[in-house]
Structures are given as structure tokens and as C-alpha cells.
Design a protein around this ligand. Structure first.
Ligand code: PLP
Length: 283
């Protein structure tokens, strides 16, 4: 029996169901999902699940891809086509397909809607032998050292920055220290001339550009402090800059609307940018 999936308006063979590689769900985890259980061919708690989907969509400012009523119809039609008696309906909505950029697309895009179903044995009152669990630290998501595509927090931060006329967002941790940018590493130069950046532990991505810039700093004989810094230190800094593979060393001239130093690219950031390529591996 053919198994169907629903993809953006069409019921298609599950084996061939696909979305575009530039879908923001695939690229940036910029999407939401719901799972509704099915028992005896009936959806369980459909209302609260769809209410939660509505909330998740509103929180991410993703428009409904179809009406709520149409979604109810699609779920039932897919269940009918797949002869689903017991199991689940999975649905996923992403912001849609757009040229990759963390911030929301500036041109209107159609949200993408995908539904699948999964059969399972009818759950009866007897739970069987029960299950085992294992404890694990709650690391959701404190592993910023991994260059994962789970970028939704970065997407929301970049978008918030863009809406305030800024190019980048700097994340601040619970203790008030800057971790890094939404897609770059963060640096300041103190009044005394020390270059400061957070140590690369789990809280930030160990930028390749960052590593090369550390070499350039050593080469210039500049004083380096690898330690966390606060926003107050950043406001009072002589210079600030970000590093990333696409921006190399980019001076930051304004933070939260306040000028950094004299409000122009600083001398140290400019020198590091100039000399970056002499240290980078060029292949
Ligand atoms: N931090 C984050 C969160 C990033 O996404 C990036 C780059 O995309 C960086 C830092 C900088 O890393 P790299 O210099 O390797 O580009």
C-alpha cells in the first residue's frame, strides 16, 4: 500500500516527499511542529495541540500556512489515505524557503507545511513491563561549541538586532557577561589597550577566524585577556569588533545605540583586519 505525505498542498508518495534545501527549517531550525496521537482512527486532543501550534507560530511570527479548518481536513485526509487506525500525525511548519541569512527574509515567503503519519500498535490499558530512564544534565542548549544547525535562538537574536538598526546581536549570559555574536565572535579593546574575548569553552563557538586573530594579536605583541567581559565594559571600551569567516575582522562602532570609542573603526581592529590574510591558511 502506498504511503502518503502531505507537502505544501500535495499528497505525495512518502518515499519521494521532499522540501527545498534552502528551507529555513532544514537550514536554521526556523520552524515548529506538533504531534497528535490517533486511536481507533480518531485524533486525540486535536484542539489543544492545534492551539499550541498556533501559539508556537505566533511566538516565531510565522503565518499559518493554511487555515486551521483546512489543517483539520488535511490531517484527516492523510489518515484516510494511509489507512491510519492507531499511531500519530506529525506536522511541521517552517518559515519557508529563502536565501540563507539568519534574520527573517525581507521579501514575503510562504511558510512550508509538511505532514506525515506513523502507525503504531494500539495502546491498551496494560502498560507492559514499564520503561527505564537515565539521568542526563539539561544541556538544552548549552553546547554552543558545536556548529549545529539548531540556530533558532541566533535567528531570533539577529532579527531583533536588525529591527533595531544593528547588524549583529551580542548574547549576554545569566551573569551579565557577553558570550558571542549570533553569527560571530565578540571582542573589545579596553582603555588600557588589552584585547579581550571570552575563552572558547562550551558557551561559544571556537571561531576559526578567532583562532587566526589570536595569532595576529600575538604577532603584534598586543596584550590579550581571554576572559568574559560585561556590557558595561563593552560600552566603555576603546574599540570593539567581531570575527567570522565572512566578515573577517569587522569593527563595531555602536553598541545599544552608544558610540564605541569615537564612533569610528578602531586602530587595532583595523590593523587586525589588514593583517588577517597574512596569517590565514589560503588554499
Ligand atoms: N559564533 C557563531 C555563533 C557563529 O555562527 C560563527 C560563524 O558563523 C562564529 C562564531 C565565527 O566562526 P568562524 O570564524 O569559524 O566563522
Amino acid at each position: 500500500m502506498a504511503r502518503y505525505a502531505y507537502v505544501n498542498g500535495r499528497y505525495v508518495d512518502h518515499r519521494e516527499a521532499s522540501v527545498h534545501i534552502e528551507d529555513r527549517g532544514y537550514q536554521l531550525a526556523d520552524g515548529v511542529y506538533e504531534v497528535v496521537g490517533v486511536r481507533d482512527g480518531k485524533l486525540i486532543d486535536e484542539g489543544p495541540h492545534i492551539d499550541r501550534l498556533d501559539r508556537s507560530l505566533r511566538e516565531l511570527r510565522i503565518a499559518w500556512p493554511v487555515s486551521r479548518q483546512a489543517l483539520g481536513f488535511i490531517m484527516r485526509e492523510l489518515m484516510r489515505r494511509n489507512r491510519l487506525r492507531d499511531g500519530l500525525v506529525y506536522m511541521q511548519v517552517t518559515r519557508g524557503v529563502a536565501r540563507r541569512d539568519h534574520a527573517f527574509p525581507t521579501k514575503p515567503v510562504k511558510p512550508a507545511l509538511v505532514l506525515t503519519t506513523k502507525n503504531s500498535k494500539r495502546a491498551d490499558a496494560d502498560p507492559g513491563p514499564g520503561i527505564a530512564v537515565k539521568s542526563h544534565p539539561d544541556i538544552r542548549w548549552q553546547r554552543c561549541d558545536i556548529k549545529t544547525v539548531a540556530l533558532l535562538p541566533n535567528v531570533l537574536a539577529k532579527q531583533a538586532a536588525r529591527e533595531q538598526g544593528a547588524k549583529e546581536a551580542w548574547f549576554v549570559d545569566a551573569e551579565g557577561f557577553v558570550t558571542e555574536g549570533s553569527s560571530s565572535n565578540a571582542w573589545i579593546v579596553t582603555r588600557e589597550g588589552s584585547v579581550v574575548t571570552r575563552p572558547a569553552e562550551f558557551g561559544i563557538l571556537r571561531g576559526i577566524t578567532r583562532t587566526v586573530v589570536l595569532e595576529v594579536i600575538a604577532d603584534h605583541g598586543l596584550k590579550l585577556e581571554e576572559r568574559p567581559f560585561t556590557m558595561e565594559e563593552a560600552y566603555a571600551a576603546r574599540e570593539a569588533f567581531v570575527t567570522s569567516a565572512t566578515q573577517f575582522v569587522m569593527p563595531v562602532v555602536r553598541i545599544d545605540g552608544r558610540p564605541v570609542g569615537n564612533g569610528a573603526p578602531g586602530l587595532i581592529a583595523s590593523a587586525l583586519r589588514r593583517d588577517y590574510h597574512a596569517h590565514a591558511e589560503i588554499g
